[in-house]
Design a protein around this ligand. Structure first.
Ligand code: IMP
Length: 505
């Protein structure tokens, strides 16, 4: 007879955290969100830890090289989508590894015939006081000079003065060639007491600016995910079919961590993929596996050698797997059970295998809940798809800005490799994902900062300063249907939802 789970299949919305005692030390600025990415032995440090518990989903609409750089800057990691040719995926990885942190494309650019009024307005708009002057005013043309606050005095000068007349001209500037390393650029900045260093190509066109304040960009982005060579760290998705060609190409490109991208991970195909990687690379190549939703699935992938294990079937915002195939499990219930299995495995073997809750995170609170339930980090698709850095189009829908977001199992992605059918495309004639829009939300940095400040604040309410402490101390309660109504604004007419008001005195 079929096995019936006693617990209902619950989602994050079915839970709330109950606060615990918080001391005066429990302040958000004291919270560390560092969390292991890959397995480690008791008493040892993991080979890779994330500085924030967020990774971006292995999806065409989410994770390319641009997203990878933006997220690594904030302390997380992207897994570049595998539903593309091996060459294209490896090229994206290589671009992240080659990315020159600290070399910025100026967003405050002047042409020589602009005025002091333009300079003041631009400074107001961007907040930046160093502005390169180029022939075309775009920041890419021939470098003609630089304007900084030392070049003008507002109290003594007319707003009509022309940039050409008060800028520091090209002949007085120290510049460096395009092949300059960041270290060399920093040395030039320090040796010459500069605030900025323009980097020019062989035709004296401006390519980048390096700023003194960014000389150690680690100072302005303290959470950056950097490898031993100070390059951004990046992950990449693989499948259970072409790994013998794809994995070497990604490793050659410098990938830091792989992840088998599959809708269903409790399969021999995953074990064979993991074995191939171990046979060829030992433990030097890190690889996550999944997705699973119960103890058995976790044990299987743990014993097959996964470095981390991903949880979640059918919970993704664009996912219709549950409707199409009738498989899956509520993301909260799955996370809680797999977390227990991870702890049990750790007790037994002394090996801690991090788990990732993947899919179904809608509100920031869901991230906090997933961590409280035992997840070491979360994978997000919809969340990141809303930002400038995602590789999807921004469009206007019914008067609002939206970003396109489509599932890897949608016809649009044509990613049949993520379905572990052992190389058989035949029969895969139905879709498991939809093509959709999500509201555009601006920059990754701003949004991640707000999200994480909420996570930290709740951790403090529960008396925790680290994720392991939070997992240990968290108290969760199942909510009733009526208490969900109580949890939102209720029995009031919200002003932002009712904008048409007549003042009647
Ligand atoms: P989201 O954060 O709720 O949008 O979920 C993202 C996750 O959904 C991904 O990390 C995948 O695990 C999963 N996913 C991506 N594409 C599909 C699909 O087409 N069908 C089902 N699940 C998908």
């Amino acid at each position: 007879m079929a096995y019936i789970f006693e617990e209902p299949s619950r989602t994050f919305n079915a839970y709330l955290l109950v606060p615990g005692y918080s001391s005066s030390e429990n302040r958000p600025e004291n919270v560390s969100l560092k969390t292991p990415l890959v397995k480690f032995k008791k008493g040892e440090e993991p080979a890779i830890s994330l500085n924030i518990p967020m990774v971006s989903a292995i999806m065409q609409a989410v994770s390319d090289d641009g997203m990878s750089v933006a997220l690594a800057t904030e302390g997380g990691m992207s897994f570049i989508y595998g539903s593309q040719t091996i060459e294209d995926e490896a090229a994206m990885v290589a671009r992240v590894k080659d990315y020159k942190a600290g070399f910025v494309t100026s967003d405050s650019n002047l042409s020589p015939d602009m005025t002091l009024a333009d300079v003041v307005a631009l400074k107001e708009q961007t907040g930046h006081s160093t502005m390169p002057v180029t022939s075309d005013g775009t920041g890419h043309g021939k470098l003609l000079g630089v304007v900084t606050e030392r070049d003008y005095r507002l109290s003594r000068m007319s707003m009509d003065e022309i940039v050409r007349d008060f800028m520091t001209p090209r002949e007085k500037l120290i510049v460096a060639p395009a092949d300059t390393t960041l270290k060399k650029a920093n040395d030039i900045i320090w040796d010459n007491k500069l605030n900025s260093l323009p980097i020019v190509d062989e035709n004296d066109n401006l390519v980048y600016m390096v700023f003194r304040k960014d000389y150690d960009s680690h100072k302005s982005n303290p959470n950056e995910m950097l490898d031993a060579h100070k390059r951004y760290m990046v992950g990449a998705g693989i499948n259970t079919r072409d790994y013998a060609e794809r994995v070497p190409a990604l490793v050659e490109a410098g990938v830091d961590c792989l992840c088998i991208d599959s809708s269903e991970g409790f399969s021999e195909w995953q074990a064979l993929t993991l074995k191939w990687i171990r046979d060829h690379y030992g433990d030097s190549v890190k690889v996550g596996a999944g997705n699973v939703v119960d103890r058995d699935g976790f044990r299987f992938l743990a014993e097959a050698g996964a470095d981390f294990i991903k949880i979640g079937i059918g919970g993704g915002s664009i996912c219709i797997t549950r409707e199409q195939k009738g498989i899956g499990r509520g993301q909260a219930t799955a996370t809680i059970e797999v977390a227990k299995a991870r702890d049990e495995y750790f007790e037994e073997t002394g090996i801690y295998i991090p788990i990732c809750s993947d899919g179904g995170i809608v509100y920031d609170t869901h991230i906090t809940l997933a961590l409280a339930m035992g997840a070491d980090f979360v994978m997000l698709g919809r969340y990141f798809a809303r930002f400038d850095e995602a590789p999807n189009n921004r469009v206007m829908v019914n008067g609002s800005y939206m970003k396109e977001y489509w599932g890897e199992g949608s016809a649009r992605a044509r990613n049949w490799q993520r379905y572990d059918l052992g190389g058989q495309k035949k029969g895969m004639t139905f879709e498991e994902g939809v093509d959709s829009y999500v509201p555009y939300a601006g920059s990754l940095k701003d949004n991640v900062n707000v999200t994480l400040s909420k996570v930290k604040s709740t951790m403090c309410n529960c008396g925790a300063l680290t994720i392991p402490e939070f997992q240990d101390k968290a108290k969760l309660t199942v909510v009733s249907a009526t208490s969900i109504v109580e949890g939102g604004a209720h029995d009031v007419l919200q002003k932002d939802k009712n904008p048409y008001v007549t003042n009647v005195g």
